[in-house]
Design a protein around this ligand. Sequence first.
Ligand SMILES: [Cu+2]
Length: 469
Amino acid sequence: MLRSLRVVVVVVVLGALLDAGDLSRGPELREFSGAFRETVAASGVVRAFTLRAAPAEVRLLDGRPLKVWAYDGQVPGPELRVRLGDRVRVTFTNDLPEPTTIHWHGVRVPNAMDGVPGVTQPPIQPGETFVYEFTPKDAGTFWFHPHLRSSEQIERGLFGVLVVEDAAPPAWSRDVVWVLDDWLLTPGGEIFPEFNTRHDLAHDGRWGNVVTVNGHVGEQLVVRPGERLRLRLLNVANGRVFAPDLSALDATVIAVDGTYTARPLPPAGFDLAPGNRLDLDVTIPASASGRRLRIVDRFTPQLIPLGEIVVADEPPVETPRFASPAAAHVPAWREGAATPVAAEFRLNARAGGPFGIEWTINDAAFRHDHASHEPMPIAARLPRGEWSHLRFTNESYRLHPMHIHGLFFKVLARNGQPVDEPYFRDTVLLRSHDTVDVGTVPLDAGTWMVHCHILEHAESGMMTLIDVR
Ligand SMILES: [Cu+2]
């Protein structure tokens, strides 16, 4: 009796201390409650996949053979599709001529499964096998790719999609992924063999001269009138930003960077920087028989055809009826930008480094050859389960889609102006001299990367680490 009383007293005193001294325990944390699962109920299903990275030859574009590096000989790699609660086990073999790893972009994995060489695991050497195993805690559209020499490895064709379906998915007529990419090809039709060129480093990374969807030009999706589709868009390009014009479609945005938006949103104004995903709920009107619904990219002045939905000249099917899925709760965090900044990331470039130009975060260029006996530089320490206000400041003229591993964040303000995005992200695009404020409550402990997803910028130093404890 006496002992339990003493415990109660200690807890009360500790609680009072935390309330008085800890700025992170504000209204933002209370408002966050219910936005994300800390754990997921296991379905009991283990989905075991094997994956092999190796040089391959595929028919890309106009059907000519193209020498690539690929997962299981395919570009994009095989689509891994699981349900929420399933355990994912990927037995991966590296048959490339160089070391690699796999990073699961956007998936809240245990830190040791994050695929960052020298930080969460040693590089997987040629001939070696590594088993990635985790239970995704969020349903949504995710992807996987190497996190070592990624400006070359991803460009050569190493990327694939991980779809985590809801435990009970709505009755879409079909659920389709469009992987957007571009390729820089020589006049002879080979992958341009120089990577991390001065030109790419001085600009927004490597932009290709051929744009593909699902690995080829002129993607067509044939549907029947009346169908209702979930169309998942993903940008795997090294540097190119896409701004798909979806005005030909009866479509709403239902998920950004994996997780659901608070409500269906009109698709105008969304862009996809490298790494971003956009999930659409598309209804094909019964009256659209025989029409071609074209989707073009409008990010550059030159319009680029992406693909088209070809509506068969057939009688319509009955449109599935269900409410668009939405996030259970997205905090507004209206006052979040007024809270103290826990960490700022200043983005800039300078002459130097192995490529002649290096990109920096807080005046430091990340060294990929970091010796394992040296401690890795940690840019910020964030308390697990607490509110953190972060700031990205672009001191350069170039684009920087900034990606944080291991957590989702919400944009609070852009250039000091409050922003109301009713969804979370894992990657946010900064344009020339932008300042972007974001808020987050990290739920997963570990050492996580913060980096630019323009892969040439990342390769030349624009990476750092945060520690969540
Ligand atoms: Cu960048």
